[in-house]
Design a protein. Structure first.
Length: 213
């Protein structure tokens, strides 16, 4: 949000704001004297990682473009941009802890296979009969525990695709309420879930700078 203030008695006309050196602008049109205005500025960084906030140009044009006045707004603040969440939603089999894959509890029935399901629970007989994947559901089914790691993206060649894939798995694990950990090189975020866990994982992925963490 950008707050513009007109400290003068006369109105400021043909006002517009833009990210410096970009063509797109957001018009304010007119700001009466001694008034202020809040304006949303949209800015999309091209890459993940730390980015300083861009310079904002506020410009007022007098009728017939006879005179222009502008001001450049700058700040030293920077923001950490999280990676894109792209790739395949289904988790790699190697990430499931064995205790989470044990079939236990009273059988409740079968349901359609979802990307978050472990393949060990697939109901092969029903799947073959219906020509669709189904998984067995049990009462008191233990929470899924996922160990996500950099090595699980070894099939991807592009460095940024590896990061995006891990970010997607973190997203999916959090949405499904699973417990999950993340191991990147020598660093590891221990098992957990919730907003703090999600933020910790996303921050670690956003900060990767070398070809191998």
């Amino acid at each position: 949000m950008l707050k513009t203030v007109n400290p003068h008695k006369g109105a400021a006309v043909n006002l517009m704001a833009s990210v410096d050196r970009e063509i797109e602008a957001w018009p304010i049109v007119e700001l009466p004297g001694m008034k202020d205005h809040l304006l949303k500025i949209f800015w999309t960084p091209l890459h993940r990682g730390y980015h300083p906030l861009p310079r904002i140009r506020i410009q007022s044009t007098f009728p017939f473009d006879l005179l222009k006045a502008w001001h450049i707004c700058e700040t030293r603040e920077s923001h950490l941009i999280f990676p894109k969440r792209e790739g395949i939603k289904s988790f790699p089999k190697s990430c499931f802890e064995s205790s989470a894959e044990d079939v236990s509890g009273l059988f409740k029935g079968s349901s359609f296979f979802q990307s978050s399901d472990s393949t060990i629970r697939i109901d092969w007989r029903l799947s073959a009969r219906r020509q669709e994947l189904f998984v067995k559901r049990f009462e008191n089914q233990p929470n899924q525990r996922l160990n996500l790691s950099w090595e699980q993206t070894s099939n991807l060649k592009d460095f940024e695709c590896k990061i995006s894939q891990l970010a997607l798995w973190v997203d999916e694990a959090e949405k499904n309420g699973f417990l999950y950990s993340l191991e990147i090189g020598q660093g590891k975020i221990e098992m957990g879930r919730g907003l703090v866990q999600w933020l910790s994982c996303m921050e670690a992925l956003a900060k990767i700078t070398s070809e191998y963490p």
